[in-house]
Design a protein around this ligand. Structure first.
Ligand code: GLC
Length: 422
């Protein structure tokens, strides 16, 4: 598979569900608890015996992802705490040997594949149990042991679970936060590591968090276009300060917010990875499940605007120059078709300006109902009439607009022309 084909498929999938699950889930204070509360390794490790996720947890996550309309998933196989959710010859600190004594990664991979989802694995390079991560000069042997563990475990993950579609590294930064990306890559020997990964999984997509560039950027808590590479925007479903289970999580994003992020990611030609943090027993709490289901219901009617759509440069009626979110909502595109995803319904008449290509037809995507429109070739103003007064879809209504060519934004040479004073 060529790089282009791989990326096209990734875009076709567009939407993934991220699952943060580990010993931290038992504490309910987010996945950074071991470090942020400086809990000594031996004391923290006592949690492992209590790690008893229910028998169907992986299937439950997969079902939720399918209900959300996601096409792939990414699971934390090992977070910064170092506890592995898979069996490893390089560590006894795993769910296969302690607590539930199960290979959760295997359960997840099997369930995701059975449901037709593509499989992503998250792996943290840093492991807080190794002093050689924090002070490599002082503890060179520990650093060497950490690197050995990484190479061994990444090989295991890339060998023992069949075809892996995505590898998401994390924790690539240096503990003192004073080095650049090239230095991170050198620290982890990332170029070699990824060479090994690609030899075992030739079609895999790898993110850039090891410091080596690779295929995708994975910015957090923000939707933006890729700077160098394709972007997968990773976001929490609740408060953005923690990805793992947070017992009291006061700021759940509304289905409308989640959809806006998904559509904005699509408008910019990137992907959206939405995170959930299952409860200590691996179940998904209702607050998360309901939101995923709402997104999935919307996608049933409007998927055409999302999966595999390309970036679109059209803007709406307001805020010229702001391509990420205009007043009514972003546009996505497939070939000559534009999809105007309207979150703030304008009422009976909708206007988009600077539309640089003639229009053939306007219809509501969910129903196929057509609406009359005018388009002014001089100033590019598209006006759509006789729309319902109230939003046809309470979350977001999509107008499917057929253009004569690939829709482009019109350049305004005379910024005052629209006043039509003469
Ligand atoms: C981060 C955090 C981490 C979280 C991840 C999600 O870098 O350290 O806790 O797992 O991003 O993308």
């Amino acid at each position: 598979m060529t790089y282009e084909e791989k990326m096209r498929r990734f875009n076709q999938d567009r939407f993934g569900i991220y699952v943060h699950f580990g010993l931290y889930s038992l504490l309910g204070r987010g996945e950074w608890t071991m470090y942020s509360e400086r809990i000594p390794a031996a004391e923290y490790a006592k949690l492992a015996d209590k790690f008893q996720p229910h028998a169907n947890c992986a299937r439950e996550w997969v079902e939720a992802a399918v209900a959300a309309g996601a096409k792939y998933m990414v699971l934390t196989t090992r977070h910064h705490e170092g506890f592995c959710l898979f069996d490893s010859a390089y560590s006894d600190y795993t769910s296969a040997k302690l607590g539930c004594k199960r290979d959760i990664v295997r359960e997840y991979v099997d369930a995701a594949r059975a449901a037709g989802l593509r499989v992503g694995l998250y792996y943290s390079l840093l492991d807080w149990r190794f002093p050689g991560y924090f002070e490599p000069e002082k503890y060179p042997e520990s650093k060497a042991a950490l690197i050995k563990q990484i190479f061994g475990q990444v090989r295991e993950l890339m060998t023992n679970y069949g075809k892996i579609d995505i590898l998401e590294y994390d924790g690539g930064w240096d503990a003192k936060l004073c080095k650049d990306r090239a230095q991170w890559a050198e620290f982890w020997n990332a170029v070699e590591l990824n060479k090994m990964v690609r030899s075992l999984q030739p079609d895999i997509i790898i993110n850039d968090r090891s410091g080596a560039d690779e295929d995708i950027e994975t910015p957090e808590q923000v939707v933006r276009a890729g700077v160098q590479r394709m972007t997968e925007s990773c976001m929490c479903i609740g408060d953005s300060c923690a990805w793992g289970y947070t017992r009291f999580n006061p700021n759940w994003k509304s289905p409308e917010q989640l959809l806006q992020h998904l559509v904005m990611a699509a408008q910019l030609g990137g992907n959206y990875l939405l995170n959930i943090g299952p409860c200590p027993d691996g179940s998904i709490r209702n607050e998360e499940l309901e939101r995923l289901q709402a997104v999935g219901r919307w996608l049933k009617d409007n998927h055409e605007a999302i999966y595999g759509s390309e970036s679109c440069e059209l803007i709406g009626a307001s805020q010229p120059g702001c391509v990420d979110l205009n007043l009514q909502g972003p546009w996505t595109r497939k070939g000559n078709i534009g999809y105007w995803c309207i979150f703030r319904w304008p009422g009976k008449t909708a206007a988009a300006v600077r539309v640089g290509v003639p229009i053939k037809k306007v219809a509501l995507l969910a129903t196929g109902q057509e609406y009359p429109f005018t388009w002014d070739p001089c100033d590019g103003k598209l006006t759509i009439f006789d729309l319902p007064e109230l939003p046809p879809d309470p979350l977001a209504s999509v107008l499917k607009v057929e253009f004569e060519d690939i829709p482009k934004r019109m350049t305004e040479t005379d910024l005052a022309a629209w006043l039509k004073l003469d």
